[in-house]
Design a protein around this ligand. Sequence first.
Ligand SMILES: [Zn+2]
Length: 336
Amino acid sequence: MPFSTIAGHRRIRALLSRAIARNTVPPALLFAGTRGIGKRRMAQAVAEALNCTEPLTTEAGIDACGACVACRRIGRGAHPDILVIEPGDSGSIKVEQVRDVIDRAAYRPFEGRKRVVIIDDADAMVDAAQSALLKTLEEPPSASVFILVSSMPDALLSTVRSRCPRLRFAPLSPAEVAEVLVRDHGYQEADARAVAADADGSLGQALEASSTDVTGARDAATQLLMRVARLADASGRIELAKALTGAKGSPGADRKELTACLRALASLLRDVGVLINRGDRELLAHADLESTLAGLAATWDGPRSVRAFGAVDRAIMALERNASPKVVADWLVLQL
Ligand SMILES: [Zn+2]
């Protein structure tokens, strides 16, 4: 995939594209940042731009065409010069995997101009694997580029880290996540925005969440915030809690539904905080609900929304520790 198809990360795209045009790509790079934000896609884009047979000149530098034989083979994971290492069933990357790639990287590329070695979840390399890699990083083969991809870069040996210039990938903005959902995953605009708002800037998380009814969860969360504030008595509030776990009847479905609802509550409360503090409207995750949010901000004044946010956070943690969805929902409505 060309750089131009990657969501967000403009600065990093431009930097890499320029380095490729000037032939100044370092022999090793570390792509660091949380899961699901496009680090591996970016590594693949580098591999394509370096080996594309009909590269495009862009404002930033060089980009792959995405259509030539080399680009298509890289896209399918079938190019002999693009080597990918990732954790096996054991969850770790073994020294043999790294040695095998290092042996192959010692030769000139078979077809392409540059051999690109992508080590995904590089922090999963056992120490022996990292030590083996280190020797190669100290004297890198001239026609190879090593790209280490990691969401926990500090778990790598410091000696390995010091050999790899680090590119920090920031979480995507909700608008960037929504754009990809519409463009590549067939989402309707409103659904995409609702899913993106609760995805913590991770496209991966957004796609995982898409199996639950995120729009429904957001509606339930909005209703709860509007109604609970006016209810002082406990029994009325417990009645509201029932709407949060739905009536699926199975504990697994209830848990999933409540988790989606709690995430929606958290991001709505965050937005209310933005409005109360007169923050930048660009920061709103639910920009499409601005008038509803303004209504909520009138009831959920500063300290109250902060307290509620804390309670929602504790509820999410309790669910992750396997607490009963019903108990969590009942507890939460009494805290708000
Ligand atoms: Zn191409």
